[in-house]
Design a protein around this ligand. Structure first.
Ligand code: GLN
Length: 313
C-alpha cells in the first residue's frame, strides 16, 4: 500500500473544508490559532512518517495528553489506579460534573476531565509538580525522538485563568478524598500537560507504542507492557471522544483520542499511529475535519479493528 499517496489523497479530498467546525473558545489562547490549518501524519514500524499539510506545525494537544498521562500513571501506580477511576464510557460531555456526585467521586474513565485529574494526581504521586511535569516532558521527548516538544505556557496560563470548571471537578474529587496532592498542585500539572505543544509528526511518532504492544518498533523504547497497551487502546475506543465515542467508532473503526485543540491521535493495532489536526470542532469537542480525515483513511486503507481482513502494508 502506498501510504504516502493515501495520506496525500485524504488531505486533498478534504482541503476545501478547512475552517469548518468551531474552534474552542473557553480557553482564550486557543482562539488565536488559524482555523484553516490541517495536518496529517502517519507513523508505521518502517520508520518514515507519512505527512501532509500542516503536519509540522505545533498545536495544543489538550486532552490527547490524557493517553500519555494514563500510561505513566499506570506505570507508577499499577492496577491500584483503577480504585480511583473507572473504565466505562460516560455518555456525558468531557467536563461534566453530573456523575461525580452520584458515583462518589470515582470518575467514569481516565479520559473525561475528572478522571484525568485523578490520573494526573497519581502520576505526580509523592513528587513535586515541577518534577512530575519535567518527567512527563522528558518521556514525550524520548518517545517523539524530538527535543522540540514543549509546553505552551501561554495556553497553560489562559487555561488556568478560565479553569473554574476544572477547579470545581478537582475540589469535588478532593472532598471525596480521592486526591493525594493539593488541588492547585494537581491542576498546575494538569493544565500544563494539556498545554503540551506538539506537531502531528511528533504526536504520531511518540504514540507508536499504542499500536505496537507498548514498544516503539522504530526506536525500541518501551512505554508500557503489551497488555497495558491493549487496554489503553480499548479505553480510547470506548471513551476517547466522550459522548461522541460511539459515532467515532462507527465512522472510523479504530481507537482514537481527541483534544479541544483540534488534534486526534489514532491507533491502528499492528499497523500505524496517526495524528490529525484541524482546530474546528464538532459539538462534542472532536475535530470535525480530523474525524473526517481518519474516516477517509479507514476507507482507503481498509483498516478497522472490526475487520478480520486487515490488509498488509
Ligand atoms: N477535551 C479536551 O481537550 C479538554 C481539555 C481541556 N484542557 C480542559 O480541561 O477543559
Amino acid at each position: 500500500m502506498d501510504l504516502q499517496r493515501i495520506v496525500d489523497e485524504t488531505w486533498e479530498a478534504l482541503a476545501d473544508q478547512r475552517g469548518s467546525g468551531t474552534p474552542a473558545r473557553y480557553i482564550p489562547a486557543l482562539e488565536l490559532v488559524d482555523p484553516r490549518q490541517f495536518g496529517i501524519a502517519m507513523a508505521t514500524r518502517d520508520g518514515p512518517v507519512y505527512c501532509a499539510g500542516d503536519a509540522d506545525v505545533p498545536f495544543s494537544i489538550q486532552s490527547v495528553s490524557k493517553v500519555f498521562a494514563l500510561a505513566l500513571a499506570l506505570e507508577r501506580e499499577g492496577p491500584a489506579l483503577w480504585d480511583v477511576v473507572g473504565r466505562e464510557p460516560s455518555g456525558n460531555p468531557f467536563n461534566s460534573i453530573l456523575q461525580l456526585e452520584r458515583e462518589k467521586g470515582v470518575p467514569r474513565n481516565p479520559f473525561i476531565n475528572a478522571g484525568a485529574i485523578v490520573t494526573t494526581d497519581r502520576f505526580i504521586g509523592d513528587r513535586s509538580p515541577e518534577v512530575a511535569i519535567d518527567d512527563l516532558l522528558a518521556r514525550l521527548r524520548l518517545m517523539a525522538r524530538d527535543e522540540g516538544v514543549t509546553i505552551d505556557t501561554e495556553v497553560a496560563r489562559s487555561e488556568s485563568q478560565t479553569g473554574s470548571r476544572n477547579r470545581s471537578l478537582a475540589y469535588f474529587l478532593a472532598d471525596f478524598g480521592r486526591l493525594l496532592n493539593p488541588v492547585e498542585d494537581v491542576l498546575s500539572v494538569y493544565f500544563r500537560q494539556c498545554s503540551l505543544a506538539m506537531s502531528c509528526r511528533q504526536l504520531a511518532e511518540s504514540a507508536l507504542f499504542l499500536p505496537f504492544d507498548g514498544t516503539d518498533p522504530v526506536s525500541g523504547v518501551t512505554m508500557c507492557s503489551p497488555s497495558r497497551a491493549r487496554r489503553i487502546n480499548a479505553l480510547m475506543l470506548l471513551c476517547g471522544h466522550y459522548d461522541n465515542s460511539g459515532q467515532f467508532a462507527f465512522e472510523v473503526g479504530f481507537p482514537g483520542k481527541s483534544g479541544v485543540g483540534g488534534g486526534i491521535l489514532a491507533s491502528v493495532p499492528g499497523r500505524a499511529s496517526i495524528a490529525v489536526w484541524s482546530p474546528g470542532l464538532n459539538r462534542a469537542g472532536t475535530s470535525l475535519l480530523g474525524a473526517k480525515a481518519l474516516s477517509d483513511i479507514a476507507l482507503r486503507t481498509g483498516w478497522s479493528v472490526f475487520s478480520g481482513k486487515l490488509p498488509e502494508i
